[in-house]
Design a protein around this ligand. Structure first.
Ligand SMILES: [Zn+2]
Length: 352
C-alpha cells in the first residue's frame, strides 16, 4: 500500500515558519545572514558540521520550524511589530536530520535544511505574484488563522498524494543553495556579531565579563574605534542577537545569584565586525576574535543618561535598550547600511 509522504517518515518533519517579507524575499526575523537559499530550500550556515544535511552535536544551528499553533502565535507577534503586509508564513518540510528545539522541545524542531512547500499571505497581498515566482511554491491568500493554515496543509497533502517518498526527498537534497544576494553579511556571517560587556557608568567604560584583563580601546588611522585583546584568548561574541540576548539573561541570573542588586544595569553590548582569525567555542554558539570593530552599542534603559557622553566619546550610536527585538532591528539596519560593501571595502574597514 502506498503511504503518503507526509506520513512516511519522521512525524515532525512537516511544519511552519514565519518570515518577514522584504519585497519579494522571505527574510528570517532572526538569524539574518545565517542562511543560504535555493529555489525552495533554506539551509543554515553552521561552522560546526561537515555534512550539510547533518546537525552538529555541539551547537543549536539549524532552520527552526514549529507546529501550526505556535507559528500562528508567532505570526501575531511579528504582525504587531512590522504589520501584516510584511509577514509571511510558510508550510514546509525538514530535509536531513531533525532534532527538537532545545528551548521548546515539544513544539519546535530544527533541521539543517528546510523546503518551502506552500506560502500563506493575507488576501490581496501585492507580494503574492513575485513570491510565487521566486520560491516556485503555491501561494495561498487567506486571512491568516489556524483554519487557513489547516487548509494549506490539506492542499499540500492533496498535491503530494502520489509523490513517492524517496524521490521527494532526493530532489530537495539535491537542490543547490547559495547565500542570498551575496551580501557581505552572508559571505562572512561569522564576522558579524555581538560582544557582551560589563558597563561601568562613572566614567563610562566597558570591560570583559571573563577573567579581569585590560582590553585596549584604539582607533584606526581613519579614526575608527576598535577593541583589542592583546595576548588574551580573544573577545567572545555571538553571531546572532538571539544568542546574545540569551547570554545576557544567563549573566544577569549569575550576578543576581551572586548577590548583586540592579543586575539589569550591569551590562552593555556592541554589534560589529570581528577582525583576524576567528575560533568557534565548542559546546556554545560563541566565537572568539582578537579584535572587534563595533558599529553600534546598546546600553541599559536605566543608564539612558550615558547616551550623549558615549556617543560623543566613542563615535557610534548608543541605543538605551537591551532586547532581542532591538538587536534584530539593529542587525537589519546594519544589513541595509552595508548593502553595497565589497570584500575589499570590508578589508579596508578593518585596516589599522
Ligand atoms: Zn553550528
Amino acid at each position: 500500500m502506498h503511504v503518503h509522504v507526509m506520513d512516511s517518515d519522521h512525524p515532525q518533519r512537516f511544519g511552519w515558519r514565519v518570515w518577514h517579507l522584504d519585497g519579494a524575499r522571505l527574510s528570517p526575523p532572526i538569524h539574518r545572514g545565517k542562511m543560504r537559499f535555493g529555489a525552495r530550500v533554506v539551509e543554515s550556515v553552521c561552522q560546526h558540521r561537515t555534512d550539510p544535511l547533518a546537525l552538529a552535536p555541539d551547537c543549536n544551528c539549524g532552520i527552526y520550524f514549529e507546529d501550526a499553533d505556535r507559528a500562528f502565535q508567532r505570526w501575531c507577534i511579528e504582525v504587531d511589530r512590522v504589520g501584516a503586509d510584511n509577514v509571511a508564513v510558510t508550510f514546509g518540510v525538514a530535509v536531513g536530520d531533525v532534532a527538537a528545539d532545545p528551548v521548546l522541545p515539544d513544539d519546535a524542531f530544527r533541521s539543517p535544511r528546510w523546503a518551502i512547500l506552500a506560502i500563506l499571505l493575507p488576501p490581496a497581498s501585492p507580494a503574492a505574484g513575485p513570491v510565487r515566482k521566486r520560491y516556485d511554491a503555491n501561494v495561498h491568500m487567506k486571512t491568516v488563522s489556524p483554519t487557513a493554515m489547516q487548509y494549506v496543509e490539506d492542499a499540500v497533502r492533496a498535491d503530494l498524494r502520489r509523490t513517492p517518498s524517496p524521490e521527494f526527498f532526493e530532489t530537495l537534497r539535491a537542490e543547490p543553495a547559495h547565500a542570498q544576494d551575496w551580501h557581505v553579511m552572508d559571505r562572512s556571517p561569522e564576522r558579524f556579531g555581538w560582544c557582551l560587556w560589563r558597563l561601568h557608568p562613572d566614567p563610562p567604560a566597558l570591560s570583559v565579563l571573563e577573567s579581569p584583563r585590560e582590553i585596549a580601546c584604539r582607533r584606526t588611522s581613519s579614526g575608527r574605534l576598535y577593541f583589542e585583546d592583546e595576548g588574551g584568548p580573544g573577545l567572545i561574541y555571538h553571531t546572532s542577537g538571539f544568542y546574545c540576548a540569551r547570554q545576557l539573561g544567563v549573566m544577569a541570573q549569575a550576578y543576581s545569584d551572586a548577590g548583586w542588586s540592579d543586575v539589569d544595569g550591569l551590562f552593555a553590548v556592541t554589534y560589529g565586525i570581528a577582525d583576524g582569525a576567528i575560533a568557534t567555542i565548542d559546546g556554545t554558539d560563541g566565537h572568539r576574535s582578537r579584535r572587534h570593530f563595533p558599529g553600534v552599542m546598546c546600553i541599559p534603559p536605566s543608564h539612558e543618561g550615558l547616551k550623549p557622553a558615549m556617543e560623543r566619546d566613542w563615535g557610534m550610536g548608543a541605543v538605551p535598550a537591551l532586547s532581542t527585538y532591538v538587536f534584530h532591528d539593529l542587525e537589519k539596519l546594519m544589513r541595509t547600511k552595508l548593502a553595497h560593501m565589497s570584500d575589499d571595502d570590508l578589508r579596508r574597514t578593518l585596516k589599522r
